[in-house]
Design a binder for this molecule. Structure first.
Ligand code: XBP
Ligand code: MG
Length: 259
């Protein structure tokens, strides 16, 4: 029986990578006087390293390995990342990032059905709270019985740690919950925690040959002004607006095969 939805944030609740993180990284580079500028195609590759601090260090090692090996490298990364987080939360609070279609509707339906909600993300906690408050209202973080962020666990996605921590806080086995993810890395993390997954592909969440099976593989949740299309579910091709009843049905049916 489905009792909880565990949401990824970046790419799933909103197109935060494209509309929030990437511009914030580039603004932080400019303000720090660094010559670095990340394009969208480059950023798509850099997303293979999850976590902003880890992504910065991986990049620095590529472009200037000697500087990245110096003893002060980690503290410089931490300062650059703190500046990026301040820029990101400012952009989000100013309304630069909207929820993806259908997210608010499905959250409301799940709450009305008495389901628990949780967040399992790689990003920084301040970013999650800023996004929820700006898009769903100041009280919305309290809707979530668990919010597990990247720095709360030892290993970021694709490790299952954030999902395992969210399940522990919910007090539920993985079979009683469903993860909503946008990327192959996120699907791997959720599946390795034993969770069934609904995939809603994002701007930076392309298909991956090694991705574990999912309950449904859609291009979004769909909303009144634009139903989700291009999806595959246990019942075959699918188009429409994902509702709580669909999740109950897909959850009962189980994964469809390689995603
Ligand atoms: C999201 C991430 C994050 C963000 C940046 O992955 O990898 O690192 O890009 O956030 P997922 P921070 O959606 O799978 O959780 O800079 O705050 O780390
Ligand atoms: Mg994501």
């Amino acid at each position: 029986m489905l009792k909880a939805l565990i949401w990824d944030v970046d790419g799933t609740l909103a197109e935060t990578e494209r509309d929030g993180h990437l511009p914030a990284f580039n603004q932080a580079f400019a303000e720090a006087g660094l010559p670095w500028r990340w394009s969208e195609p480059l950023y798509a590759e850099l997303l293979a390293t999850t976590g902003g601090k880890e992504r910065l260090l991986a990049w620095w090692r590529q472009v200037d390995p000697a500087a990245a090996a110096r003893p002060d490298a980690l503290s410089r990364i931490a300062a650059l990342h703190a500046a990026k987080t301040a820029i990101y939360t400012g952009r989000v609070a100013a309304g630069a990032v909207a929820l993806r279609p259908g997210v608010a509707r499905l959250l409301g339906q799940a709450r009305a059905a008495g389901a628990a909600l949780a967040i399992a993300t790689t990003t920084t906690r301040a970013n999650v709270l800023a996004l929820l408050q700006a898009t769903l209202g100041p009280d919305s973080p309290a809707w979530f019985a668990a919010i597990v962020a990247g720095d709360d666990v030892a290993r970021k996605k694709p490790a299952p740690d954030v999902y395992q921590a969210a399940l522990a806080q919910l007090g539920l086995p993985p079979s009683a919950a469903l993860a909503i993810e946008d990327s192959a890395i996120g699907v791997t993390a959720a599946r390795d925690a034993g969770l069934p997954v609904l995939l809603t592909r994002s701007a930076f969440g392309p298909p991956s040959p090694g991705m574990p099976p999912v309950l449904a593989d859609l291009d979004g949740l769909g909303d009144d002004d634009g139903p989700a299309a291009g999806g595959r579910t246990p019942q075959g091709p699918w188009r429409g607006r994902v509702g709580w009843g669909d999740l109950l049905r897909w959850h009962a049916a189980g994964p469809t095969g390689p995603g």
